[in-house]
Design a protein around this ligand. Structure first.
Ligand SMILES: [Zn+2]
Length: 310
């Protein structure tokens, strides 16, 4: 039996969508018209200021562009953080000022419903797609990345193996290649119920306990490119830094934030810097507009980052 203060009925009546956005630091660009707030969509991360509409009295949201979806505050939290229902309830309870809830959120590191896939798949590390990104087949092999042509979850994708924080394999992420698929579903295909907010891609290879500084990027390709230059990096697999992820970094003296050079990446940079400071010294690197770290040359990458490790 769930205590009443953790039921969605109770929480939906007490936690506004605006409170969730404020908690995540994504309320800055919203404008109010009558009973509605308008702003860029925090779910898909676009920059259209009218894409995302919140109805304040009904406490519901809708994205009229890429997501073309909406719902209540529960659905928003699940979309933003890919949390389980249990984690969502705990998170909303923490915003409703229900005592003890926030510490419980931190304890919930692994999703109960997530089933790790530990089988090893054969991927083609010598695929031209990775070579074009500047990732050698040696690096791709080391990171267990490559093209997958057999039927299954990764079919038609470039696969990358995922690990938990201790380095146990938990499955694969797939980078969709077909433009139509990318447009419909986004670039990345992640395992169902993956506890993204409790993971940091590559964390087990570059533990902050052995490095004074780490580069934080959005995706695995940038991690691999930096690894080729002996620069330790972890990826968020997106643009959100969860409290769990934040708690993994306090032993670091320095963090170098190098997110994608698009509007979503820029906004996330500010948000994440605010979340990490003042406990951690944060250097931010703003890439040229529409450039991702893996679009840069090796020389550009090392000139941006190497002086930060002196
Ligand atoms: Zn959207």
């Amino acid at each position: 039996m769930i205590p009443e203060q953790f039921t969605f009925k109770y929480l939906k009546a007490r936690v506004s969508i605006a409170a969730v956005l404020q908690d995540k630091g994504i309320n800055t660009a919203f404008t109010k018209r009558a009973d509605q707030l308008f702003g860029p969509c925090p779910v898909h991360g676009g920059d259209n200021p009218n894409a995302f509409v919140i109805n304040l009295s009904k406490n519901i949201w809708h994205c009229f562009t890429q997501c073309n979806a909406g719902g209540d505050v529960v659905k928003l939290v699940r979309r933003l953080d890919s949390k389980t229902y249990r984690q969502t309830a705990l998170y909303l309870a923490s915003l409703a000022n229900i005592p003890k809830a926030s510490s419980l959120v931190h304890q919930t590191h692994m999703k109960k419903t997530f089933r790790p896939f530990t089988k090893s798949l054969t991927l083609n590390a010598s695929t031209p797609w990775l070579a074009k990104k500047g990732i050698t087949s040696l690096t791709a092999k080391r990171f267990e990345a490559g093209a997958y042509d057999a039927p299954g979850f990764l079919n038609g994708c470039i696969g990358v193996r995922l690990h938990d924080l201790q380095g146990h394999p938990i499955g694969y992420a797939g980078r969709r290649l077909h433009p139509k698929q990318v447009q419909l579903y986004g670039k990345w295909k992640l395992p169902p119920a993956l506890p993204k907010s409790a993971l940091l891609y590559n964390f087990h290879r570059v533990s902050p306990y052995t490095h004074k500084a780490l580069v934080i990027v959005e995706g695995p390709w940038a991690v691999m490119r930096l690894a080729q230059l002996n620069i330790p990096a972890v990826a968020l697999l997106g643009i959100h830094l969860s409290p769990t992820q934040r708690d993994l970094l306090p032993t670091l003296q320095r963090v170098i934030l190098m997110l994608d050079g698009d509007c979503a990446g820029r906004r996330a940079t500010t948000r994440i810097r605010n979340a990490l400071e003042p406990n951690t010294k944060v250097h931010t690197i703003n890439l040229p507009l529409d450039h991702d770290p893996d679009d840069l040359t090796d020389d550009q990458l090392s000139s941006i980052t190497k002086h930060l490790f002196l």
